[in-house]
Design a protein around this ligand. Structure first.
Ligand code: G4P
Length: 536
């Protein structure tokens, strides 16, 4: 098969949601429909949770939280689908944000009872950075939720995206009768706890088909009014607007009851984009380019608890990857070959001989990779757009075993290379500060430092609001910062100068006093802002 055909076959996406909206359940149902797993009937999500998502870390099992994301690949209707799973817990949001840089589209799950929640908004902001196309699945229609129109309004307003309902529910909760597919003029009848995956669909000639009244009686008027209203309010579905991330098609259903999922998957394979071009430091790279390129978006530790191996997940962006061929590690300026690259078909990991744009491969790694690293066939460019956000919680690292300082240092460097947390070192004192998005990360770090590196440490409280990467032309522009606030100045791992503000007030004071300095709360992994070495 030609490379172009291989590219067109692929759809690489992620399912995102606020925790508990039904992401895991929907993932399982998609796997069921595709035939990637066979479990009779609608099973409780926990049963598959253990096998369908990766459970590599012990801590993940202990806490029952999906700490790390994984890749699930499956075939459906001549397409190869790569589903990148993302951790639902908000404390691991950074991992999710990075995974979003490796997909070409997303399915967003919204709970019809709760509507747009906090994490939904944050995730959509990240999708917006790259105009990622979004399909929305409004879930849990078997429950008494908010009115569908109200939900659609809320989505448009809070997520700043135009919506286009593709199906529309008839009733909700105990009176839920099914969904009408506006484009196909079909009605899918709802059944509670549908035990088999089968269609229960009736075709009509249109929303005014008299057969609809014969089927539903007088109640059908509500459905007819709703569908007519929708056609009046919302623009028709437009593939171009969807691909540009401007319009989101919306489906209604109940993942738990296998309802509305097939419709979603069928439309997904029809409209979701195949691998798209990606921005690099030398311009856009098309997937059809002959030479291989790809980037590391995730590093996963402890695949095999007996070894200290890590696995670097690489998204192939162009060309053709082959096992045992030498590739260029751009940051290290080194040629490396990979004898055991892994692919992830359904739930099993297997050796991969070759991979194409859109695929994600796992490379065993003993510390050669960092998030954002690029592989090429000799060229020196890096992929852009892999975000690094300011952490929200900061703690000072206290070494509890002076004989293990080296281990602690190594452990902190490795864990922060994986993107588990960010490390900042105070300019004058060498004090180490760890910044994270959620408290839980400190437990993970402590646990892994001890288990993998034999180092024990504590974290003490630090009064801090946010970290800001500084951008300025010359040191005199930042004179006040260096003279009076040097104990708030740190370096990150790449040597960039960072200002950790104690409070929003101290930030605005610093901004007032240093008007020529830019304070950035978000940079990219391969960005260099101002290196401390260059000014001191
Ligand atoms: P998440 O990955 O987004 O965090 O959500 P998950 O799929 O784990 O679903 C969260 C809860 O919502 C689960 O219930 C799940 O069964 C339920 N759920 C998912 N889809 C539907 C739906 O269509 N209708 C209804 N009524 N519930 C749904 P749980 O009690 O927390 O867990 P479990 O014991 O059922 O696994």
């Amino acid at each position: 098969m030609s490379i172009l055909k291989e590219i067109q076959k692929r759809k690489t996406f992620a399912i995102i949601s606020h925790p508990d909206a039904g992401k895991t359940t929907l993932t399982e149902k998609l796997l069921l429909y595709s035939g990637a797993i066979q479990i009779a009937g609608a099973v409780k999500s926990n049963k598959i949770k253990k096998t369908a998502t990766s459970d590599f870390l012990d801590i993940e099992k202990q806490r029952g939280i999906s700490v790390a994301s994984s890749v699930l690949s499956f075939n459906y209707k001549d397409h190869k689908i790569n589903l990148l799973d993302t951790p639902g817990h908000k404390d691991f949001a950074e991992d999710t944000y990075r995974t979003l840089t490796a997909v070409d589209s997303v399915i967003l799950v919204i709970d019809c009872v709760k509507g747009v929640e906090e994490q939904t908004e944050k995730l959509m902001q990240v999708c917006r950075l790259r105009n990622t196309p979004v399909i929305i699945f409004i879930n849990k229609l078997d429950r008494e939720g908010r009115s569908p129109i109200e939900l659609l309004d809320e989505i448009e307003e809070k997520l700043s995206i135009k919506v286009r309902p593709m199906t529309f529910p008839f009733g909700m909760g105990i009176s839920f009768r099914g969904v009408y597919n506006i484009y196909k003029n079909e009605f899918e009848f709802y059944q509670t706890n549908k035990q088999q995956i089968e269609d229960d669909v009736k075709k009509f000639s249109g929303i005014d088909d008299p057969e609809l009244s014969n089927t539903f009686g007088e109640d059908v008027l509500t459905l007819q009014e709703d569908v007519e209203l929708i056609d009046g309010i919302y623009d028709d579905f437009d593939t171009e607007k969807y691909s540009a991330g401007e319009q989101a098609p919306v489906f209604f259903g109940s993942a738990l009851n296998n309802f509305g999922v097939k419709e979603l998957l069928d439309t997904f394979v029809e409209i979701a984009p195949s691998p798209v071009a990606r921005e690099t430091t030398k311009g856009m790279i098309e997937p059809t380019e002959e030479k291989l390129s790809g980037f590391v978006f995730k590093i996963h530790a402890n695949i095999d608890p007996k070894h200290r191996d890590r696995m670097a997940f690489v998204r192939i962006c162009s060309g053709h990857f082959e096992r045992n061929k030498y590739y260029h590690h751009v940051r290290l300026k080194r040629q490396i070959k990979f004898p055991n690259p892994a692919s992830f078909l359904a739930q099993s990991k297997s050796l991969v001989e070759s991979a194409y744009p859109g695929d994600v491969i796992g490379l065993y790694d003993s510390g050669t990779f960092k998030i954002g690293d690029t592989l090429t066939e000799g060229e020196s460019f890096m992929f852009k757009g892999i975000p690094r956000f300011s952490p929200e919680i900061f703690r000072i690292v206290i070494n509890k075993d002076p004989f293990k300082s080296k281990q602690l240092e190594k452990g902190l460097l490795q864990l922060t290379d994986e993107g588990l947390a960010q490390l900042f070192i105070q300019k004058d004192t060498n004090k180490k500060v760890i910044g994270v998005v959620g408290e839980l990360q400190f437990d993970v770090i402590k646990y892994r430092l001890l288990k993998e590196f034999g180092a024990t440490c504590d974290f003490t409280f630090m009064e801090a609001y946010k970290a800001f990467w500084l951008k300025f032309e010359s040191q005199s522009d930042a004179d006040e910062l260096f003279r009076l606030r040097s104990n708030s100045l740190y370096t990150d791992k790449t040597g960039n100068v960072v200002f950790i503000a104690e409070s929003p007030f101290s930030l605005s004071r610093a901004q007032e006093k240093n008007p020529k300095v830019e304070f950035l709360s978000q940079v990219e992994h391969n960005d260099q802002t101002v290196e401390l070495e260059s000014i001191t």
